[in-house]
Ligand binder design. Structure first.
Ligand code: NCD
Ligand code: ZN
Length: 330
């Protein structure tokens, strides 16, 4: 049996720069027609010029002939004129609360002081992608951030707001109340809870932000995704860090899932008896929510066992060593 996926899209991806970018980009470009590229570089992508340079660098990586990087800008206070000029070159603007995750130090400190930029974004039809966590207790950070989503959704009813990488039942519920809010869900948050991260031996390769939550939260995410929720799309949040930054004191947050995404998602959807909903999650819902017309690209998966490698050079992939039922037809 085979599955053909049409123009798969990864709506949240970290590609980094330099050698790391060259190492990881081919995995995403080989599976996806396009991906939303996160702007949290060492020097954040916070101008049209930087976005253009970064896009060019990405397109010089291997496998990218038929791959579209959808660029984002790092949220800061932008003028209306800057946004008019940027609008056709970006898919949205990514907002990080200051200091909440990897390379977010230049993020937002005062959420009541950014209304002018949000107003321009609403007027110009530029989506707002948010890493929605407070600096509170780690298990409550997403829940504590929900009032800010509510405020923005009500104050800017025509602004498309994307709750990135949601991990809680509460975030899923919020979607029912606001038509202008969407969400992305990662592969790993459809599979693991906090128990997998710290319940046995500490697993640095499963440490990410937001941290995986409770079994109840996992079930809520699975229920929503495996029922084809029309506001939820796939975003891997694949976030590679070299081994010495993972296997050390002060482990960096981020899971490197890029090489395994489509075969593993196929297995999850098949186990849930919902293979028919994979196309929606992996592309169609994102196209509707973002009004995208992606590059035409068909990816075929075949039912042929594939063992996920233990390592890709210096990077440990999510699911390392696991044998999957599906593999990508090359
Ligand atoms: C991401 C990274 O390393 O850039 N890390 C992560 O744990 N997800 C940043 C982010 O999306 O929070
Ligand atoms: Zn991310």
């Amino acid at each position: 049996m085979r599955i053909i996926l049409h123009s798969p899209l990864d709506m949240h991806l970290h590609l980094r720069q330099g050698e790391m970018m060259q190492a990881v980009t081919p995995f995403s470009a080989g599976q996806f027609a396009g991906a939303v590229i996160m702007p949290n570089l060492v020097s954040p992508v916070d101008s049209l010029e930087k976005a253009a340079v970064y896009k060019k660098e990405i397109l010089q990586c291997g496998n990218t002939e038929n791959f579209r990087p959808y660029m984002t800008l790092f949220f800061k206070q932008y003028s209306r004129q800057e946004l008019i000029e940027a609008r056709d070159s970006i898919i949205g603007i990514k907002l990080y609360p200051a200091g909440i995750t990897t390379q977010s130090e230049k993020g937002v400190t005062d959420f009541s002081a950014i209304n002018s930029t949000l107003g321009y974004m609403e007027e110009l039809g530029i989506p707002l992608l948010i890493h929605g966590e407070t600096a509170g207790f780690v298990m409550d950070r997403e829940k504590e951030f929900l009032p800010i989503y509510r405020q923005f959704a009500e104050d800017f009813p025509n602004l498309h707001i994307i709750m990135e990488h949601i991990t809680t039942a509460d975030a899923v519920q919020l979607l029912d109340r606001y038509a202008n809010i969407s969400a992305t869900v990662t592969l790993h948050h459809l599979m693991i809870t906090l128990d997998d991260v710290i319940g046995g031996q500490l697993e640095p390769d499963l440490f990410c932000k937001p941290i995986a939550k409770t079994p109840k939260d996992l079930a809520a995410l699975q229920d929503a995704v495996f029922s084809g929720h029309p506001q939820i799309m796939f975003g891997s949040d694949s976030a590679p860090h070299p081994r010495h930054k993972k296997e050390c004191c002060g482990c960096a947050a981020g899971i490197f899932s890029a090489p395994v995404i489509l075969p593993l998602l196929a297995e999850l959807f098949e186990d849930a008896g919902k293979l028919n909903l994979l196309q929606g999650f992996i592309s169609d819902i994102a196209c509707t929510r973002y009004a995208l017309q992606p590059l035409e690209k068909n990816i075929t998966l075949e039912q042929k066992p594939w063992k996920i490698p233990e390592l890709y050079n210096d990077l440990k992939p999510f699911g390392a060593g696991r044998v999957l039922r599906w593999s990508q037809l090359q």
